[in-house]
Design a protein around this ligand. Structure first.
Ligand SMILES: [Zn+2]
Length: 162
């Protein structure tokens, strides 16, 4: 039975570990919990298994309800995902449920192809940014690790619905 779970907060050490490949049974269970947690949080556009303390390579992304959503693939469940092609480069604002008080400017590819357990997904714009953010979690990388300048590119969050 899927359940909404607590999201780990930085500096929990599990957020800095490299997750292992997901086996099918784990993948299904963890994906169900990720989706239930994302739904309960409402404003959330993506979540990675390590944020629930599950060190396996599963992420979910859904930008369909977000104002910046743009072109998107709806609800994505990516198991053992890997970026196989990337182009473009753009700085944009990001936040993370595991670091709720901060946002930051992060440079990401604007268009990506992602190979995963269920095939290949092509993504661009805001959704592509979200996927790259979630995939980073699988390697223990947080968005603050990617900012060019801690002084100029990190901001205290004023509005939690971003
Ligand atoms: Zn995050």
């Amino acid at each position: 039975m899927a359940e909404a779970r607590e999201v780990l907060l930085y500096p929990d050490p599990r957020l800095k570990q490299v997750a292992a490949p997901a086996q099918p049974a784990d993948a299904e269970r963890v994906a169900a919990d990720l989706l239930a947690t994302m739904d309960e949080l409402g404003h959330c556009v993506g979540l990675a298994a390590p944020q629930l303390g599950e060190l396996v390579r599963v992420v979910v992304v859904d930008v369909s309800e977000h104002p910046k959503g743009g072109d998107h693939n709806g609800r994505l469940v990516l198991t053992n995902p890997k970026v196989v092609a990337a182009e473009g480069s753009k700085v944009g604002r990001e936040g993370c449920l595991s670091i709720p008080d901060l946002t930051a400017n992060v440079r990401r590819a604007t268009r990506i192809s992602v190979q995963h357990g269920g095939g290949t997904v092509e993504s661009e714009g805001f959704e592509a940014r979200c996927i790259q953010h979630e995939l980073d979690h699988l390697d223990g990388i947080l968005f603050l690790d990617r900012v060019a300048s801690i002084v100029d590119d990190v901001f205290r969050r004023k509005n939690y619905s971003d």
